[in-house]
Design a binder for this molecule. Structure first.
Ligand code: BGC
Length: 737
């Protein structure tokens, strides 16, 4: 029987619609900026024109929403968080809150007592998925959760390229390649903003180490910068249209990033036509003149030496800052909020959250992002023949590690353990070492195909762990390295004697599998002695289960490294971290001789062999590539076939690199695609290169320049495993910056 609505119900619906439209028209007549049919630009212009200077100012600077510090005025029912801006009731504009959200809705130091959120795996895991759909789903999940907790602006979406493998914040970012990082960040931003929540892309730009982060001066040539870190921002901004951009703590070529006319006015707003607003990082404003150089909003004002933007009205009165600039700043903020729907759909604190569904988003990100680095003789996946499994170390009988700082998410059901930091530095000032609930020992037992005995040894005494290893069929060592905002790690070792412990265990039992829970690359002096290694990153809400599923073969690993694992520190452009030997807050120069040769590009240019190359990752299946066709013209279009030649269904990520062009050899990722294939199945893949990846940035001509001539490309399984080659002629051309 079909369900029909009664005539009475139809009349009611029509009446309600009519009433709503009449209300909207009435609201629109006297507050036209609230009319959702107008463009965000027009709405921003109208709302700003209706504002008094005091109203305008109330959104141009704001505090951390914590009742601490200078002149902080917060509402009684304040949502403790990174930022708060008051409502402007006369204009129908709601209050708004900001939260950190790189890996979920952050709750550093548990300031919102007991509030828990879905914790995503590290940004590097998402990057390792090479899957834009994963990034989009992550962004949408975090956006939805933030909205339901009362936040309309997310400080998420860090796209700083990994230039320093010891950087304490690598776990938040998306790796070393501008195409990969920019594409995935753009998708995450789109996902978030689809939930009526503004996404912020950060930290603009070249904030590539935590050591001396407030005083360091990154020195780089303009072309190198445009072709690397700025390109990552440019691609992400084009794709995701974030409402706001956060400028960074560091100095760039002598200017503070938040007061850099070059970065903010010239590149972002003029060259890229960016229409949203620039907010400062917390404590990154150096003076009111930063407003002239392109900064639109002073965030976390009580952290700055003084609230510089309070001086704006006086500066305007004295004629040092044009009044029109104040309006422009406010219009940019309004535009970002209107465009994302943050004003039409203000966040509703206390909305119910479907945590079970959100956990599946985190699970998928880790399942696609865990990277199997080594698998001697197909030791993995384990089969029912493994009857006694010894798990060693990493508190694997309790949980999985997470990264700390403003991106610290306290996951649902957790933490399992929260320890004080064993150091005194900026990271320890607001961080704790947090293990997310979900014990790998339990998950391993549950995912096993049959009866299995799981034993545990804490790993503190290598001799004891080795003795236990002798009595097990298989050993799984969980090796951890905690990393955090505010400090870099000093080298590539695993801390607290774990390298020696792994060597001792592997010497006792060759069937040793190492699961790494690290923020970034580590050295592996024991690599030849162990059977298998997987990089699980900080694996998030369902991390333990995904690791167990990979161990037993329920998940076929498909992550590919989004960063190079160096063989040694002397391979790096900066073998010593600039300023590491100096007292905090010393002005330090950080030369960037690598320019746009970030990561694998540097290794290729210098002929260096890393420990594991960018793009590397194994599967339980095998894939073959064939029939490469390359077409030239304005850009290069590649097509080829990928076949699953193995016996299991699995996902592969064929990668296409530019390997030579007029002027010489180089290595640049120009395309990638994640494909899921059944055994024997073939997929035809077509990739078109973004022309900026073929080009040089030409500073003299203020734009990109593609030299005409022959361009060579190669397709393969990683930056160091290229199997198909081809070439084509590309037309000479210039592109706008
Ligand atoms: C971090 C930002 C963060 C902000 C607000 C700063 O210390 O660098 O990434 O968004 O704090 O918490």
């Amino acid at each position: 029987m079909s369900r029909r609505s009664s005539p009475r119900a139809a009349v009611c619906v029509l009446a309600a619609l009519f009433a709503a439209q009449t209300f909207q028209r009435a609201a629109a007549a006297d507050q036209p900026w609230l009319d959702p049919h107008r463009s965000p630009e027009e709405r921003a212009r109208l709302a700003d024109a209706a504002m008094t200077d005091a109203e305008r100012m109330s959104w141009l600077h704001g505090p951390m929403a914590i009742p601490l510090g200078r002149n902080v005025k917060l509402p009684k029912d304040v949502l403790i968080s990174a930022g708060y801006y008051p409502p402007i009731p006369r204009l129908g504009l709601p209050e708004w809150y900001e939260t950190d959200a790189s890996l979920g809705v952050a709750n550093p130091a548990d300031l919102r007592r007991g509030e828990r959120s879905t914790i995503l795996p590290s940004g590097l895991a998402t990057a390792a998925s090479f899957d834009p759909e994963v990034a989009y789903a992550n962004g949408a999940m975090v956006g939805a959760e933030a909205w339901a907790k009362g936040f309309n602006v997310l400080l998420g979406g860090g796209v700083n390229l990994t230039r320093e493998p010891r950087n304490g914040r690598n776990f938040e970012y998306l790796g070393e390649d501008p195409l990969l990082a920019g594409t995935l960040d753009g998708e995450a931003i789109r996902g978030t903003q689809g939930q009526h929540v503004v996404s912020t892309i950060k930290h603009y730009a070249l904030n590539d180490q935590e050591t001396q982060r407030h005083t360091i001066n990154a020195v780089i040539d303009e072309a190198g910068l445009r072709e690397s870190d700025l390109l990552a921002f440019e691609i992400a901004i084009e794709r995701g249209q974030p409402g706001s951009v956060m400028c960074s703590y560091n100095f760039l070529n002598g200017q503070p990033a938040c007061g850099s006319d070059f970065l903010l006015n010239k590149v972002l707003k003029q060259d890229w036509g960016y229409a949203g607003w620039v907010m400062s990082d917390w404590g990154a404003v150096h003076g009111v003149q930063d407003a002239v150089h392109g900064l639109d909003q002073e965030s976390g004002e009580q952290i700055d030496k003084e609230t510089w933007f309070l001086k704006l009205p006086d500066e305007v009165a004295a004629g040092r800052i044009p009044a029109a600039r104040l309006s422009e700043m406010s219009r940019r903020i309004l535009r970002g909020l209107f465009a994302a729907g943050a004003i039409d759909h203000p966040a509703k604190r206390g909305t119910e959250i479907d945590f079970a569904a959100h956990a599946e988003v985190a699970r998928r990100a880790e399942a696609e992002g865990l990277v199997l680095l080594k698998n001697r003789g197909d030791l993995l996946p384990l089969t029912a023949k493994a009857k006694t499994v010894l798990v060693v170390g990493g508190y694997a009988n309790h949980g999985v590690l997470s990264g700390a700082g403003s991106a610290q998410v306290l996951g649902v059901g957790g933490p399992a353990i929260s320890l004080p930091v064993n150091a005194e530095n900026e990271a320890s000032s607001f961080g704790r070492v947090v293990y997310q609930a979900g014990a790998p020992t339990v998950a391993l037992k549950q995912a096993a195909p049959g009866p299995v005995e799981i034993r545990y040894d804490g790993g503190d005494y290598p001799s004891q762990a080795a003795a236990a290893a002798l009595r097990a069929d298989v050993v799984i060592v969980f090796a951890t390295r905690w990393e955090a905002e505010g400090a870099d790690v000093p080298d590539l070792t695993l801390p607290a004697g774990q390298d020696a412990m792994i060597a001792a265990v592997a010497a006792a039992n060759p069937n040793t599998i190492v699961v790494l829970e690290t923020g970034g690359p580590v050295a592996m002096p024991w690599l030849d002695k162990v059977g298998a290694v997987m990089e699980a990153w900080y694996p998030g809400q369902k991390g333990a289960e995904v690791i167990a599923d990979v161990v037993w073969g329920k998940v076929n690993p498909s992550g590919r490294l989004p960063i190079t694992f160096p063989a040694s520190l002397d391979q790096l452009p900066r073998p010593a971290i600039p300023g590491a030997d100096l007292p905090p807050n010393t002005a330090v120069e950080a030369p960037h001789p690598e320019g746009s040769n970030t990561g694998y590009r540097w290794y290729a240019a210098k002929g260096l062999k890393p420990l594991f190359p960018f793009g590397h990752g194994l599967s339980y299946s095998r894939f073959a590539y064939a029939n490469l066709k390359v077409q030239g013209g304005q850009t290069m279009t590649l097509s080829f076939d990928v076949t699953n030649t193995g016996s299991r269904e699995g996902m592969d990520t064929p990668q296409a690199y530019l390997t030579a062009r007029p002027g010489g050899a180089l290595l640049r990722l120009v395309g990638f695609q994640k494909v899921s294939l059944k055994p024997g199945e073939t997929r035809h893949v077509t990739l078109a290169a973004d022309r900026r990846l073929l080009a040089d940035y030409d500073v003299a001509h203020h734009g990109w320049s593609v030299a005409g001539g022959s361009y060579a490309v190669a397709v393969g399984a990683s930056s160091a495993d290229l199997t198909l080659t081809g070439q084509a002629k590309v037309t000479a051309q210039r592109l706008k910056p």
